[in-house]
Design a protein around this ligand. Structure first.
Ligand code: ADP
Ligand code: ADP
Length: 237
C-alpha cells in the first residue's frame, strides 16, 4: 500500500510541484495519473521511490516511511520498486539479455555490470522475464537493432527481473506509435493482472488511460483534482 498524507514537494528553486497530496493506493491497483505538462505527475511518482524527496507531510510505502530511510536502506527499498521511463534508459550497444542481467548486480558500478558474470539461475530468470513480455527470441539481439516497442519491453523485462512489488512508469508509451503503444500497454495490463504488481503510470493519452487503468488520478497545478474509477469517467464534457 502507498499512502500520501498531506504531502508537499517544493523544488530548491521555489517551484511548488505538489501541494497537500492525500492518496491511498492499494496493492494490485492499476492507476493512471493524468494531467497537463507541468502538472506534477513526474514529481508525484518520483517521490514514491525517493528519486525526489518530499518537503512536507508523510509518504508511506509498504509500511515504510520513505523519508526516514538511510543509506543502504534506500537502495534496498528501491529494488522493490521498478521504474520505467519514456526514453527506455537501456544500454543500446549491447545485447538485450545483458541489459536484463544488469538487474541482478545493482551494487556494482555500471560498467562492471556489463562485463557480466552471472549464475545459470540469473540467466534463467532473465530469459523468463523476456518471455513474460514476448521478446524471448530477441535475447541475443543488440538493443539498437530493436524497434521502440521492443526496446520498451526490454526495459520492462529488466524491471521484472528485479521482482518489484510496485511498478512506476513515467509516460512509457509517449514515444511509441499508437499500435505499438497498445501492445506495450497490454504488457502492463498482463503484469498487473497476472503478476499482481501495483502499477502507477503517468500518461497524457487519456483514451489509453481509460482503456487500461482501473483508477484515474487527475493532477493539476500540483493538486489532485480527480480521483475515481476509470469506468466512471465521463468523457462527454
Ligand atoms: P509533469 O510530469 O506533470 O509534466 P513535473 O512533475 O515534471 O510535471 O513538474 C511539475 C512542476 O515542477 C513544473 O512546474 C516543473 O517545471 C517543475 N519541476 C520539475 N522538476 C523540477 C526540478 N528538478 N527543479 C525545479 N522545478 C522542477
Ligand atoms: P522526462 O521527460 O524524462 O520526465 P523532463 O524533461 O520532465 O524528463 O525533465 C528532465 C529533468 O529535468 C528531470 O530531472 C526534471 O526533474 C528536471 N526538470 C524538469 N523541469 C524542470 C525545471 N523547471 N527546472 C529544473 N529542472 C527541471
Amino acid at each position: 500500500m502507498i499512502e500520501f498524507i498531506e504531502v508537499d514537494k517544493k523544488y530548491p528553486n521555489g517551484t511548488m510541484a505538489l501541494e497537500n497530496i492525500n492518496l491511498t493506493i492499494e496493492d494490485g491497483e492499476f492507476v493512471a495519473v493524468i494531467g497537463l505538462s507541468g502538472a506534477g505527475k513526474s514529481t508525484l511518482i518520483r517521490c514514491v521511490n525517493r528519486m525526489h524527496e518530499i518537503s512536507n507531510g508523510k509518504l508511506v510505502v509498504d509500511g515504510v516511511e520513505v523519508a526516514a530511510l538511510k543509506g543502504k536502506e534506500v537502495r534496498k527499498f528501491r529494488r522493490k520498486i521498478g521504474m520505467i521511463f519514456q526514453s527506455f534508459n537501456l544500454v543500446t550497444r549491447t545485447t538485450v539479455i545483458k541489459n536484463v542481467l544488469v538487474s541482478f548486480v545493482p551494487e556494482m558500478p555500471f560498467w562492471r555490470k556489463l562485463l557480466g558474470v552471472y549464475t545459470q539461475e540469473q540467466k534463467r530468470e532473465a530469459l523468463m522475464a523476456l518471455d513474460q513480455v514476448g521478446i524471448l527470441d530477441k535475447a541475443y539481439a543488440r538493443v539498437d537493432q530493436l524497434s521502440g516497442g521492443q526496446q520498451q519491453r526490454v526495459a520492462l523485462a529488466r524491471t521484472l527481473a528485479q521482482n518489484p512489488a510496485i511498478l512506476l512508469a513515467d509516460e512509457p508509451v509517449a514515444s511509441l506509435d499508437p499500435v505499438t503503444a497498445k501492445q506495450v500497454m497490454d504488457d502492463f495490463k498482463h503484469i498487473n493482472q497476472e503478476m499482481k504488481m501495483t502499477v502507477i503510470m503517468n500518461i497524457h493519452h487519456v483514451e489509453l488511460a481509460l482503456e487500461y487503468a482501473n483508477r484515474i488520478i487527475g493532477i493539476s497545478k500540483g493538486q489532485v483534482v480527480y480521483d475515481g474509477a476509470a469506468s466512471e469517467v465521463n468523457q462527454d464534457i
